[in-house]
Design a protein around this ligand. Structure first.
Ligand SMILES: [Zn+2]
Length: 273
């Protein structure tokens, strides 16, 4: 599938800023990245809210989704498996058609270069994994996985035995109810993932934020914490955000193009060293 072509061009002035951002990343002892929906828009996944958004079209999921799941997990599962439920189908079709873009691939390469210790994402679309990122903390879960509500073990959704006559499915390890790994409204972020985030942020002296204005907690706290501890912030977003005033470098434009160029400069600096 061809990626949407972008008319965005990096001129000399912006490229100098990209190089400056690459120097910041290259000087850092430990870099953590934080990504959000903006990065996946370029892979054809519309944001949930706003024009063309999935929630705008199909209605927002219930704000007490997790409570409803806990009260009647079998019913939640029946709804999710119902082929006539337009919301569930639209989400599945959209996510399964999406492919990683140059921005996802650039972040995977940054990890491969040893310049990225942890990638925290708010996205559930699996595109960072598909691009090759491994040190990943998916704070809102991953739609391709299931998670045991008892022992937190994840299972690939594909191939997990689900008996429609005997819902909800249960964990083969501990017998507790299994739910989608995607974090529902009202559901706490799984403790293991949150701990990985806290550890990575505490270690980091540089945070790279891309495709998110990071206004939702806990993600909103991560850039602030790194900066408060004396670290640097590199922001890649098409518009200024509340973070921009804190940023060491703000690269203004689409994430795919800018991250690709950023990692090009990081690689060049590593080769020159
Ligand atoms: Zn379990």
């Amino acid at each position: 599938m061809a990626e949407p072509s972008t008319p965005f061009q990096i001129d000399d002035a912006l490229d100098a800023e990209v190089r400056r951002a690459a120097e910041v990343l290259s000087r850092a002892r430990s870099v953590v990245a934080l990504t959000g929906a903006g990065l996946s828009v370029e892979s054809g996944i519309p944001p949930f809210r706003g024009k063309g958004g999935l929630w705008t079209k199909y209605g927002e999921p219930p704000l007490d989704g997790y409570q409803r799941f806990l009260e009647d997990p079998a019913e939640s599962w029946r709804k999710q498996l119902d082929p006539k439920e337009p919301w569930a189908r639209a989400l599945r079709d959209t996510l399964s058609a999406a492919r990683p873009n140059a921005g996802h691939r650039a972040l995977a390469e940054l990890e491969g270069l040893g310049r990225l210790d942890c990638l925290i994402t708010q996205n559930v679309d699996d595109l960072h994994t598909q691009a090759g990122s491994r040190a990943l903390a998916e704070i809102h879960g991953n739609y391709t996985l299931l998670r045991c509500t008892g022992c937190n073990v994840r299972f690939p959704r594909a191939g997990f035995p689900i008996d429609r006559e005997q819902l909800p499915p249960v964990c083969p390890e501990c017998g507790n109810v299994v739910k989608g790994d995607t974090v529902s409204f009202g559901e706490p972020i799984p403790a293991d993932v949150l701990q990985r985030c806290f550890d990575a942020v505490e270690r980091a002296d540089c945070i790279l934020v891309a495709g998110t204005s990071a206004t939702v907690y806990p993600a909103a706290g991560f850039p602030v914490e790194v900066v408060r501890a004396g670290g640097s912030l590199v922001e890649v977003n098409p518009e200024p955000t509340d973070l921009t005033s804190l940023a060491t470098v703000h690269l203004c434009g689409p994430g795919a193009v800018l991250l690709e160029r950023l990692v090009h400069h990081v690689r060049a600096l590593a080769e020159a060293a």
